[in-house]
Design a protein. Structure first.
Length: 418
């Protein structure tokens, strides 16, 4: 449905249970599992109670418009009550709680001649604000697909066990990470995943300062020069790991640092450098908490697709895809040959999608993909010579609307993911 450009998706009539069917409130006001679940099982799936996209309201009014979109139902009244809101709540209190509990989503915007763009939005789900944040070994991984949410068990969950998830991904930048935690109402005692090395280590603090600076550069819009400088600093730090056994032995720390290099290099369109860092990431995937698997598999899918399409390197793409598919298979406990093509169709934009599917199927070079083969979806449709260099990562696609070749009106892929 998302490949077809729909902004509001339809849930399958017979699918996973809803939040209300699987969550029970205990005496401590926590939400616990009403039944046991196995790792990889879909615990619940739900459609947003309300959602709004940036093309639907004036700039700066997303949260206000989202509140206005909430239906006047008993379900919504009970949800707001559990947030601590009632008839006597001030507009400031309502705005604060809506900001804290709303979820960022995105969809494909209406295609204009030669232009295809990603639209950002916000949504409120039946479970919004009710699942507590846990940094280490949360019970659930949440996967957002448009205005729909799928929650998967990252480990076995016993009946009566609290349903938790990671609401604020860990950052090297401690100041930003603490701000993220406060924004979701989480305590600062949940700011350091167990997979990391001891935070009081002098070596760790030096490395964190370098990586925090690089992370700030990665998310800033200061241009390629700042990204290049940050990437070089991180590479220098990684080269020193051989002399710092404490850091080298923290596999999760090294994995996250290399993923930061991947992000920086993709932002500069330095795909060979991104590939070098991704190879090191692949070796460390067994040390990744499953709660972070969905985010990382999307990043590896984007890099592999860019390598296949822009640099005609389907072999490298297949190596990345094989590792990411195995990780996704661990999360979903599904046959990776079935779930990975659906994952690609769900998250990759044109012109990367056909090249990625061809590489996965061992069906030739993505560099020869033409506009005529591109299904409707996210990103740009490429311009001139099939290079598509402007479409290497989500940040570029989200930041700019690209002028591109007109996309023919074609049918969606045979079995698109919901």
């Amino acid at each position: 449905q998302r490949l077809e450009g729909k902004q509001r998706l339809e849930m399958p009539k017979r699918g996973a249970p809803s939040w209300s069917a699987v969550a029970a409130r205990d005496f401590g006001a926590r939400f616990v599992a009403s039944a046991g679940f196995r790792r990889g099982q879909v615990v619940f799936a739900e459609r947003a109670l309300a959602c709004v996209y940036e093309d639907e309201v004036p700039c700066g009014r997303l949260v206000e418009a989202l509140f206005e979109q909430l239906p006047k139902t008993l379900t919504v009244s009970e949800l707001l009550s559990m947030w601590g809101l009632g008839r006597g709540s001030t507009s400031e209190a309502v705005f604060a709680e809506m900001t804290r509990h709303c979820q960022s989503i995105w969809c494909q915007g209406d295609e204009l001649p030669g232009i295809s763009e990603r639209l950002e939005g916000l949504a409120i789900f039946p479970s919004s604000g009710l699942v507590r944040h846990v940094a280490s070994e949360p019970a659930l991984a949440r996967i957002f697909i448009g205005d729909c949410l799928v929650a998967v068990a990252t480990r076995d969950i016993a009946k009566g066990e609290e349903l938790t998830t990671c609401l604020a991904s860990w950052r090297f930048d401690e100041t930003r990470h603490h701000a993220d935690l406060r924004a979701v109402g989480a305590g600062l005692d949940e700011d350091w995943p167990n997979a990391l090395l001891e935070r009081d280590s002098t070596q760790a603090q030096v490395a964190l300062r370098v990586l925090a600076e690089a992370e700030r550069a990665a998310w800033a819009s200061d241009g390629d020069a700042a990204h290049a400088k940050a990437a070089e600093k991180v590479r220098g730090l990684m080269a020193q790991l051989t002399m710092l056994p404490e850091l080298r032995s923290s596999h999760y720390f090294v994995l996250r640092a290399n993923m930061l290099v991947v992000h920086l290099c993709m932002g500069m369109h330095h795909l060979d450098d991104a590939w070098d860092a991704a190879v090191r990431v692949i070796d460390l995937l067994p040390h990744l908490p499953l709660g972070e698997a969905s985010e990382l598999t999307v990043q590896l899918a984007l890099l592999g697709a860019a390598l296949a399409y822009q640099q005609a390197q389907p072999e490298r793409a297949r190596e990345l895809f094989a590792a990411a598919a195995a990780l996704l298979g661990r999360l979903l406990c599904e046959d990776e040959s079935v779930c990975w093509p659906l994952w690609l169709r769900t998250f990759l934009p044109p012109p990367l999608l056909p090249a990625a599917l061809a590489a996965w199927a061992d069906g030739g070079s993505g560099g020869s993909t033409t506009d005529a083969e591109v299904p409707p979806g996210l990103g740009t449709s490429g311009c001139g010579g099939g290079g598509g260099e402007e479409a290497t990562n989500m940040e570029v696609w989200a930041a700019r609307s690209q002028t591109a070749s007109a996309v023919s009106a074609l049918a969606a892929p045979a079995a698109p993911a919901t």
